[in-house]
Design a protein around this ligand. Structure first.
Ligand code: HEM
Length: 188
């Protein structure tokens, strides 16, 4: 995986690595304007990653309440609260992972192994690949609701591509973990 920025190399990657994007759009490499817009909009959300991470997960659970069952509070028979510390901590970690992508827009290769490993870990947590699309759609929603006018259609399109790569890389790690498990079943 290389650059997704226009004019910074030939190894350009589309939004979801050819898969369906949260918004259903496909794009080419990011333009310099999109890079600036993504960095500018992220700087606003990154001022309070815990609250914005909580916004994100409240939206995810609203969109797909089934996802709640993957979290510990379901095992403990509790309803999710926005103030739940572990939920907030997970939201912050998701924000950190997206922030790492924003910091490396010019060359995502340093974070690819981290995201791949993270995808494999999420297989163990019982996450399904399509759940990452739910996260992507909620991320775009969180950006739009917090940023209003700053989230122009062009910047939104850039974000769809950036999260598309994060999601596709995690899905790839998840697929590798599934394949390894299946090989273990067939080759004792
Ligand atoms: C709906 C989708 C997702 C679900 C259901 C989910 C669920 C989980 C669960 C159950 C854990 C175990 C620890 C805990 O309860 O906090 C976890 C850990 C974690 N998740 Fe997620 N997750 C999702 C999406 C994501 C995404 C998109 C990212 C990053 C972009 C992410 C980043 C992390 C990180 C960094 C950890 C800690 C990993 C470790 O060091 O053990 N998660 N997740």
């Amino acid at each position: 995986m290389g650059t997704i920025v226009e004019g910074e190399g030939t190894d350009q990657v589309n939004g979801y690595g050819g898969e369906k994007e949260p918004g259903g759009e496909h794009g080419g490499p990011l333009t310099q304007e999109q890079v600036l817009g993504i960095k500018e909009t992220w700087a606003v959300l990154a001022q309070d990653p815990i609250e914005r991470g909580a916004d994100l997960f409240m939206k995810i659970f609203e969109d797909d309440p089934d996802l709640k069952k993957l979290f510990y509070f379901a095992d403990e028979g509790r309803e999710l609260s926005r103030e739940d510390q572990r939920m907030r901590s997970h939201g912050e970690r998701v924000m950190e992972a997206v922030g790492a992508a924003v910091d490396n827009l010019g060359d995502l290769s340093p974070i690819v192994p981290v995201l791949t490993e993270l995808g494999a870990l999420h297989y163990k947590y019982g996450v399904q690949p399509n759940y990452f699309d739910t996260v992507g759609a909620a991320l775009i929603y969180t950006l739009e609701t917090n940023l209003g006018d700053k989230m122009t259609p062009d910047v939104r399109q850039g974000w769809v591509q950036v999260y598309g790569i994060v999601g596709a890389t995690m899905k790839k790690g998840m697929q590798q973990a599934m394949d390894q498990q299946n090989m273990g079943k067939t080759c004792p």
